[in-house]
Design a binder for this molecule. Sequence first.
Ligand SMILES: Nc1ncnc2c1ncn2[C@@H]1O[C@H](COP(=O)(O)OP(=O)(O)OP(=O)(O)O)[C@@H](O)[C@H]1O
Length: 871
Amino acid sequence: MPAKGNQFRSNSFKGENQPRQGVKADNERATGKRSFKLPRFDLDMENSRAVKIAGLFSLLLSVFFLIAFTSYLFTWQEDQSYISKTNGGWHNLSTGTTIHEISDINDPGIKAQNWLGKLGALLSNQFIYEWFGVASFLFIFIFFVIGYRLLFKARLFSIRKTLAYSVFSIVFISVTIAYVHSFVIEYPHFLEGGFGFWSNRLLAAQIGPAGTGGLLVFLALTMLVIAYNIDFKIPKRKNRPVATVPVDEIAPEPVELIDDELIAPLEWPRGNNNIRETPVNIIEPEPVVHERLQQEPFRPDPLRRPPMEQTPVFNEPVVLRPENTIKHEPEEEDEIPLTIDTNRPLPELSVEQSDNAKQDELLSKFGVYDHKMDLPGYKLPSIDLLENHGSNKISVKPEELEANKNKIVETLNHYNIEIDKIKATIGPTVTLYEIIPAPGVRISKIKNLEDDIALSLAALGIRIIAPMPGKGTIGIEVPNQHPEMVSMRSILETEKYQNTTMDLPIAMGKTISNEVFIADLAKMPHLLVAGATGQGKSVGINTILVSLLYKKHPAELKFVLVDPKKVELTLFRKIERHFLAKLPDDGDAIITDTKKVVNTLNSLCIEMDQRYDLLKDAQVRNLKEYNAKFVNRKISDPEKHRYLPFIVLVIDEFADLMMTAGKEVEMPIARIAQLARAVGIHLVIATQRPSVNIITGTIKANFPSRLAFRVLSKIDSRTILDAGGADQLIGRGDMLFSTGSDLIRLQCAFVDTPEVEAISDFIGNQKGFPSAMYLPEYVGEGEASSTKEYDPDDRDPMFEEAARLIVIHQQGSTSLIQRKMKLGYNRAGRIIDQLEAAGIVGPFEGSKARDVLYPDEYSLERYLETLQKPE
Ligand SMILES: Nc1ncnc2c1ncn2[C@@H]1O[C@H](COP(=O)(O)OP(=O)(O)OP(=O)(O)O)[C@@H](O)[C@H]1O
């Protein structure tokens, strides 16, 4: 049996009614009758007809008032016959209509002049003249807001607030106008209306005109505080930034919407859904909106709308505004403080950039600093420039090994030393025989037999290592009958060298077990090389230089080459513009003159000090960190900084220097050796005679890494290595490398002069820097005054400009002139000399900038004028 029509009506959902209506419609169709039913005036705010009609009426009223009030301003005098109380007032509306008025509609004399007739005139008179004066115009606004809300379901302003503020304003304006007007006229006027006039009179009687004025000001300010919460620092608050943040930052919890919010039409802008901004208090980051929304739990009402899926809206940007723009009225359901301002441009948030931000900006703008940028096409020398010397194969015959073994065992047996085991490791020049003596044999006994074993083996250069560190054996190194040359190429070709991550890798050669040995000069940090003449020292130095040249870009490494013998390092002259550093005034980059060596060493000390200053400024501890920071543009003041290449000072014959210059050389070398490690300055000092007056205690103490070729005496060996053994070497690149703790026997890699020449040519023929790197200027004692004669005719054309630059910056430095005027070091140096001679800057003061003797440009200009005047 079908359910009766309205059986579940009261509690059923609308959706459930549909089928019933459908059934009803079917019935109607079937019977051919249509039943008419009056529309229901329910209280559904959404669809109620009554509400719509009320809205329409309210709007009509606002329009009516607008026309009537406006007309009243112009016609009130003509309409006095109808509207004044004495002439009948409202009675005229019902009783005063004459036949003339109806029949003679165009006669201005007998009808109301208000554009809305008598009603318009009477209403206007009531509101404006009798009651509130011109403030009555606010009723238009009130009716419009209410009507608009009821009819269009759209919210212009809060109705409650509109009513509150409007009513207050009407009363306030009316009384205020009356107050002001009372100083001019003494009878009621339509500007303030009867209410205003009599209220003012009442107040004047009670508290006097002054009191009334004060009260009005107080009320005005109170209202401003209530409405806008003004804090009397309006200019500041006005400029307050408005920031945009995503809503989810301020309202991380899910938002619950009360059902009335669902009923109320959303007041987000129509037509532009792209930008929705919600004013939220910037001071109180709590979700003002959501707080309110959460006051009532969400009650789904299927009769109305399904729960809104509005989350996307809340993912959109929300404008945070100062507090005073938000009106919190949580008790009012329709007071959702979501006012959408789609036209408001998003405020620009100006943020003071920190140093980091600037650096990041630089980095994003220019990328990391490319220190190779000056010579981008530079190619490392090819391995083909090196030759293969020898077969690079070990050619020790088994018979030789067997014979040597027998001789060792025999000799030891001869001295009643029994051996448990013997093992041979074949190296390029020597073979290491490791013996494990029988228990109870004293090691010192074997050690003392060194000469006897050498005699029985009829070989030079036998070295006994007793015990072998970390092995529990005794080692006897016996030279091979046919030593193998270790060519540089065979070392540089190895993966070990190719893949090394060392800062300054030195491919030294091969160990006794035939392994490639590479050491890092940056870690040593300085190297002392000694060896008698003809034992392979110069080849060793070439090996060091070549292994660095095969790894480093000219921007990363500079050599200062000191060659008192004048012939050894000349091969490297061709790489001057790439890899060499020198004093500005030095013609030749390879220093041979002792006096210049002293200046160069002192200049290196200045460079070292300057580098330390740079490191300190960049707040780093060593060159590597500094360069990394510089390259990544992390240094706050990049103008003052530069990429710092390693500097390797190589002195080929130190003994000669010590003999001629002594302390003058020793002191700067000791200073550099002590301090320069962190700033990337490393020393390689070679000497033929490792005597104590050459390698002094001060120098030795600062050179933990030592390389000994064959020396002539045990004493020399002790001087260089603090141990014997170097005198037992066999020469031709056989060497001992001491790192302080370890002593390693190596066969130095061999690189021949033509190979070095080819490498120098290869590098030298590539595009290089304009000149060698200039070291800081150093003027030795006694040299200072010699060049400082001022000669006006010999003045550089840029002399005056340089003088101004120096005075403006108050910094007497050559590098400033160089940098700002884009001059070479030589010319800048000459100009600074001329400035000194002219008395504009003070004398050279080592690493400090020279004093500038003119405090300002004006005094300088006057001085320059005197210089220009012929005597
Ligand atoms: N690593 C090596 N492998 C093979 N032979 C070498 C090696 N080093 C040097 N020699 C040989 O020793 C000779 C002398 O070497 P080098 O010129 O380097 O000696 P030096 O110590 O510099 O002598 P001086 O101090 O007189 O200049 C070279 O000509 C070469 O034949």
